[in-house]
Ligand binder design. Structure first.
Ligand SMILES: O=P(O)(O)OC[C@H](O)CO
Length: 415
C-alpha cells in the first residue's frame, strides 16, 4: 500500500484546480507514495491550522505558508524539518543553486541553508482591460509606466462612465511593501528584518505617505475602488467591472481562464520623481514547509514530491499556467525555448521586474515576526484612509506604532 503524504494548502479557484492536477500527476507517476492535498482556507487560515495541528500532534507533512509567515515558521524550530535536511536524509538529488537567487534567498537562513521549498512565488503587476481603455477613447495598447500616467488614465476612465477605474488586491503587499522596495526605501529597519529581529517598521516615510495620500484622494474621487484585504478584487476585474487592477502575477491564472476581454499585463507603476526608481519588486506567494514528527519513509516521499514539483517540466508548466515565477533557472530557460513569452506578451514582466536590478537592503524581501497580525493592522489603517476617516500620515504613523508593539512581542518570544 502507498505511503500517504498529507499536504495542506490555501488554493481555491483556478489555482486549486492546477494544484490538484500536479498532485494527481505525481501520484500517477509512481505507486510508492500518495500525496493527499487538503484545502485549509485562505493563507492566514492555513498557517493557523498548521500551527494548531502541530500543537495537537496532528500536523500534515507539508504545509503551504505564504511569505508573510516565513519568520514565524523559521522561529518555530521544533515544529519544522528544514528542507535541506529532508533532502539530505533522503539522499535526494537536490541543488539549492538551481533556484533563482532572489526566490531562494527569501527562504534561506543566514548559513545559506534552504529551510522551505520555493513553490509559488509571485510579484505584483498591473492588469489592464483593453476594452475599457478603448471605451475611454484611449489607445488600448497603452501601458502606463508611472503613477502620474496612471492617474491621467483613471480620470478618463471615470469620465467614460467607469464605476471602478482601479482596484487592488493585497494592499499592504503591493502599495506599501513592494512600493517601498521598488523605490529603495525601507519598509522596516534591519534590512526589513533580514539582518535581525531587532527591527522597527519604517513605512511612514515621505514616499509611502505620498502614495497612500494619492490613493486616498483617488478613492474620494471615485478613481480607486477598494475591494478587500486579499484578492477579492480579482472577481471585479475578471467580470469587467474594474478597468485596472494591481495584483499578484499569479492573478494571471484566473484572468486567463475567465476574462472574456483582451487584457494587458504590465509592470507595477512607480513614481518618477523618486531617485533611481524603479528598483526591483519583491516576492510574495508561498513556500512549502515540511513539518516534524513523521516517519523516515514518509520524509523520503516528501523529498520525492518536492523534487517533482521543482523539476523543469513541471515547474515550467506551473509558471505558464499560473503566472507564478519560474522558480528555477531551468524552468525559466525551458519556458523561453518553448516560445511562451513571445506568444503570451506580459508573462515575463514579473521575472524581469524582480531581477532587473541587484537587490538592496530595502528590496531583498521582508522578514518580520507576527507579520500576518501586523498586516491586519495595516489593512485596518489603510481602510480608514480609503473611507476618508484618516489622512495618510496619521494612518501610517498609527500602523507603525501599533505594528512595532507586535514586533517587540515577537522578539521577546524568540529569546
Ligand atoms: O496571490 P499570491 O499567492 O501571489 O500572494 C500574494 C501575497 O504575497 C500574499 O501575501
Amino acid at each position: 500500500e502507498a505511503t500517504q503524504i498529507q499536504f495542506w494548502h490555501a488554493f481555491t479557484g483556478r489555482l486549486g484546480e492546477l494544484l490538484d492536477k500536479q498532485v494527481a500527476d505525481f501520484n500517477a507517476s509512481q505507486d510508492q507514495y500518495e500525496v493527499v492535498a487538503t484545502l485549509k482556507g485562505n493563507y492566514s487560515e492555513a498557517l493557523n491550522a498548521g500551527i494548531a495541528a502541530f500543537r495537537a500532534g496532528e500536523q500534515p507533512h507539508i504545509l503551504q505558508v505564504f511569505e508573510v509567515g516565513t519568520a514565524t515558521m523559521m522561529a518555530a524550530k521544533g515544529a519544522i524539518k528544514p528542507v535541506y535536511e529532508v533532502m539530505a536524509e533522503a539522499e535526494a538529488d537536490f541543488d539549492p543553486s538551481a533556484y533563482l537567487a532572489p526566490v531562494a534567498g527569501y527562504y534561506t537562513n543566514t548559513d545559506g541553508e534552504m529551510l522551505s521549498l520555493p513553490y509559488n512565488s509571485s510579484t505584483p503587476v498591473l492588469y489592464i482591460n483593453k476594452n475599457a481603455l478603448e471605451a475611454a477613447g484611449l489607445d488600448p495598447e497603452t501601458k502606463p509606466a508611472t503613477w502620474s500616467e496612471v492617474e491621467e488614465i483613471l480620470v478618463k476612465l471615470k469620465e467614460s462612465g467607469s464605476e471602478c477605474p482601479l482596484t487592488t488586491a493585497w494592499q499592504s503587499w503591493i502599495h506599501l511593501e513592494n512600493l517601498s522596495a521598488y523605490h529603495n526605501v525601507p519598509f522596516a529597519t534591519e534590512a526589513n528584518g533580514f539582518a535581525g529581529t531587532n527591527t522597527e517598521l519604517a513605512f511612514n516615510g515621505d514616499l509611502q505617505v505620498k502614495h497612500i495620500d494619492k490613493m486616498g484622494a483617488w478613492a474620494k474621487d471615485g478613481l480607486f475602488s477598494y475591494s478587500g484585504r486579499r484578492n477579492e478584487g480579482g472577481a471585479r476585474f475578471r467580470s469587467g467591472e474594474c478597468a485596472m487592477f494591481t495584483e499578484s502575477s499569479a492573478g494571471y491564472a484566473g484572468v486567463k481562464a475567465e476574462a472574456d476581454f483582451p487584457f494587458t499585463v504590465t509592470n507595477l507603476p512607480y513614481w518618477a520623481d523618486a531617485e533611481g526608481a524603479p528598483f526591483n519588486t519583491i516576492i510574495g506567494g508561498a513556500s512549502l514547509w515540511v513539518m516534524s514528527g513523521h516517519e523516515g519513509e514518509e520524509y523520503a516521499g516528501v523529498a520525492d514530491f518536492l523534487n517533482y514539483l521543482s523539476s523543469a517540466e513541471v515547474q515550467a508548466q506551473w509558471h505558464q499556467d499560473t503566472g507564478y515565477l519560474p522558480i528555477t533557472t531551468a524552468a525559466y530557460e525551458l519556458t523561453k525555448e518553448q516560445g511562451f513569452y513571445d506568444e503570451n506578451p506580459g508573462t515575463d514582466i514579473a521575472i524581469l521586474q524582480m531581477t532587473g536590478k541587484a537587490p538592496t537592503d530595502n528590496s531583498k524581501g521582508i522578514r518580520l515576526g507576527n507579520f500576518d497580525q501586523v498586516r491586519a493592522i495595516i489593512d485596518e489603517e489603510l481602510e480608514a484612509v480609503w473611507q476618508g476617516e484618516k489622512d495618510a500620515k496619521t494612518a501610517l504613523d498609527e500602523a507603525v506604532n501599533r505594528g512595532n508593539q507586535l514586533l517587540r512581542r515577537f522578539e521577546q518570544s524568540t529569546r
